[in-house]
Design a protein around this ligand. Sequence first.
Ligand SMILES: Nc1ncnc2c1ncn2[C@@H]1O[C@H](COP(=O)(O)OP(=O)(O)OP(=O)(O)O)[C@@H](O)[C@H]1O
Ligand SMILES: [Mg+2]
Length: 299
Amino acid sequence: MTTMTAPAEHIEPKPGAARSVEQPGPSAIERIQQGLETIADIHQSVRAEQPILEVEEFCLWYGHAQAIHNITMGIPKGKVTALIGPSGCGKSTLLRSVNRLNDLIDSVRIGGRMLLNGQSVYDPSVDVIDLRKRMGMVFQRPNPFPMSVFENVVYPLRIDGERRREVLAEACERALRGAALWDEVKDRLSESALGMSGGQQQRLCIARAIVAEPDVLLLDEPCSALDPIATLRIEELIHEIAERYTVLIVTHNMQQASRVSDFTAFMYLGRLVEYGATEAIFQQPHLRETEDYVSGRFG
Ligand SMILES: Nc1ncnc2c1ncn2[C@@H]1O[C@H](COP(=O)(O)OP(=O)(O)OP(=O)(O)O)[C@@H](O)[C@H]1O
Ligand SMILES: [Mg+2]
């Protein structure tokens, strides 16, 4: 993977300078489709927050295809931020860029910067393993390892060299309680995780993602493989987790975004279009295209 300077296509909007829905001229999406410069409408409510993660003029290419175009956004500390947008708009790519999972893809090139707690994510001196430890990640499909419940949860600590039995046991219980799974599995910690239900497996993956006390929890459509009841439990869990961690969640589900997140960012064709408090994005978006998307009129 190589780094290159981002083209200077992005212009920071002035606070309060949002284009109103009534204003004539091409819409944000028409401009994107015409390959014209677009300005993300970032609400003042987001700008007022302290960001734990700062994305600055971030671009990403898979070979020649550009998947992320000049995204600048802050992810507020200690809050839940949802990334929404039509399939293929770059949500997972952006999420995977945060913990440098895209480094594993040979054709990937990036431009721009990301800062976690003010420290560069992409600086050549960064220890990527160390960086990933500060960010727990949960994927669409639960991916427990073929080992016991206990070993699944403490896996990140073991690869970090922790061997003390009592430390591992304590961390395991804390993480399983944090993932609302302790009561269900406390008597079967030594059984295979593969025998659990899908919803339990996903909560196990959340336990594994929080066991090392990360700064940020990255969730990529964590409920899309689950039934409604298991989904509800995970959503409740996200609320609880958000009291201790910053959560960045990708979701296709509008109701889910409005239920679980404090802030919502709407993406389209690799661009950030509008970003604000979730209530504002769903009830009083500045842009007509955001309104069309959140009300299900397109996408
Ligand atoms: N490994 C890859 N190699 C090449 N192109 C990729 C790769 N992963 C994603 N892309 C492309 O990058 C763009 C963004 O994809 P991404 O998976 O980030 O979208 P998404 O918003 O998460 O979509 P979905 O909602 O369907 O999960 C798409 O055009 C996709 O085809
Ligand atoms: Mg995706």
